[in-house]
Design a protein around this ligand. Structure first.
Ligand code: MN
Length: 211
């Protein structure tokens, strides 16, 4: 996503209307989460990167390079949060959820045994992430697994391709679910995850490996 975009970094458009995920994620949550939080990461990265080598890099390159640069922790945090949020929005859609489809459905069965077993494990990763972070369905060498990252952490720094994610920072759910993170995670998996997007990421990972 946005692999060719160099600084100044921009806030990508949402793939649907701000109210489209209501009531699973309300328009009010989206207005803060996208309009304030996601935007703030973009503004902050532009401020921090100005005049540095990072201002000339595409976003994914900023993330990978800043992850190895002790002096660029703030740049990493803001860049990774921009990428993670853009990925999250694209991994959701109104009327999503339900059973996995396409090639990912077979990979889910191979890795977890069944869609239900996958769902339990993905929701558990979201619930068990202590404090702020992200739960991820990822693919490496054709095999799916579930992982989580803290704060701005993102699997792409380890060369791992995400297929889906759930933002478990409190700002993602507090207005709609208060402290009930499990309800939020289950509702996102049941009603919003975009299996077409997951399949697209899965194919892209396979092509990258073959190249
Ligand atoms: Mn967030």
């Amino acid at each position: 996503m946005n692999a060719k975009v160099s600084g100044p970094f921009t806030l990508p458009s949402l793939p649907w209307d701000e109210a489209a995920l209501d009531p699973v994620i309300s328009a009010r949550t989206m207005s803060f989460h996208y309009g304030k939080h996601h935007k703030a990461y973009v503004d902050k990265l532009n401020e921090l990167a100005a005049g540095t080598k990072y201002a000339e890099m595409p976003l994914e390159q900023v993330i990978v390079a800043a992850a190895k640069d002790e002096s660029a922790k703030k740049i990493f945090n803001n860049a990774a949060q921009i990428w993670n949020h853009t990925f999250f929005w694209n991994a959701l859609k109104p009327g999503g959820g339900g059973k996995p489809n396409g090639e990912v459905a077979g990979a889910i069965d191979a890795a977890f045994g069944s869609p239900d077993a996958f769902k339990k494990k993905f929701a558990q990763a979201a619930v068990d992430q202590f404090g702020s972070g992200w739960a991820w369905l990822v693919v490496k060498d054709g095999k799916l697994s579930i992982t989580s990252t803290s704060n701005a952490g993102t699997p792409i720094t380890d060369g791992i391709t995400p297929l889906l994610t759930i933002d478990v920072w409190e700002h993602a759910y507090y207005l709609d679910y208060q402290n009930k993170r499990p309800d939020f995670a289950n509702a996102v998996i049941d009603k919003l995850v975009n299996w077409d997007f997951a399949n697209l990421q899965f194919k892209t990972a396979a092509q990258r490996k073959a190249a």
